[in-house]
Design a protein around this ligand. Structure first.
Ligand code: PGA
Length: 248
């Protein structure tokens, strides 16, 4: 089965609402594509203006986070129904920055994945190893542990519809991209892990992105790999280069 590529920008904590609207206008023609899915994952405060700004285009909007309850006394949090009502389709879950700075563990992330599906959002579930883990030779063990724990209780049909992003932590924002071979090896390993937990059809359907210093120069080679179905792009999603990545 041919999987449709998905190129998502992860804006992180960048772009004020007015800057966000300006960026959407700048990128509008550059990210046009009939052949790939294009998603902007934006800060919560930018969601409403960005959904408005991309109306009528091929761009879909994602959130960078969600909370595990639908409503109530959780000051500062944003729920899945709020995101859905605002027009959000995707949500990043388990980015290494949230795992590290906000101490989100796999049990909590599993609840977030469940909540996203319950609300009708498509999770972009992130996983990835530290440089230390890579050097110790435990990369795949670590990633398998993350994937297996984050997907507890998630059905095969749900997994078929979701996105997994492999993001080696040492490659994020460092300009130090994983080699094509390293990226493909882990994305393939993730697919094998999905085949083990579920079945071959589920592994064949799930889309697996690579993320970590993706840019206009390396996107084509990365996305040409058999198990890499697109990218999760941080820094380069905030400029015109993102159009080149989409149209790699
Ligand atoms: P980067 O970030 O492209 O700036 O390395 C990727 C990410 O963290 O999703």
């Amino acid at each position: 089965m041919a999987r449709r590529k998905i190129i998502a920008g992860n804006w992180k904590m960048n772009m004020t609402p007015s800057q966000a609207v300006a960026l959407c206008a700048e990128l509008k023609d550059l990210v046009k594509s009939d052949s790939v899915d294009v998603v902007y994952c934006v800060p919560a405060i930018d969601i409403v203006p960005v959904v408005e700004a991309v109306k009528g285009t091929n761009v879909q909007v994602g959130a960078e986070n969600l909370y595990i309850e639908d409503k109530g006394a959780y000051t500062g949090e944003i729920s899945a129904p709020m995101l859905v009502d605002a027009g959000v389709k995707f949500v990043i879950i388990g980015h290494s920055e949230r795992r590290e700075y906000f101490k989100e563990d796999d049990a909590f992330l599993n609840k977030k994945v469940k909540k996203a599906f319950e609300a009708g959002l498509t999770p972009i579930l992130c996983c990835g190893e530290t440089l230390e883990q890579r050097e110790m030779g435990v990369t795949m063990d670590w990633i398998r542990l993350q994937i297996k724990s984050d997907l507890v209780g998630i059905t095969a049909d749900q997994v078929k519809s979701m996105v997994i992003a492999y993001e080696p932590i040492w490659a994020i924002g460092t300009g130090k991209t994983a080699t094509t071979e390293q990226a493909e090896e882990v994305c393939k390993g993730i697919r094998e892990c999905i085949a083990e937990i579920y079945d071959a059809a589920t592994a064949d359907a799930v889309r697996i992105q690579y993320g970590g210093s993706v840019n206009a120069g390396n996107a084509a080679e990365l996305f040409a790999q058999p198990d890499i179905d697109g990218g999760l792009v941080g820094g380069a999603s905030l400029k015109a280069d993102f159009g080149k990545i989409v149209n790699y």
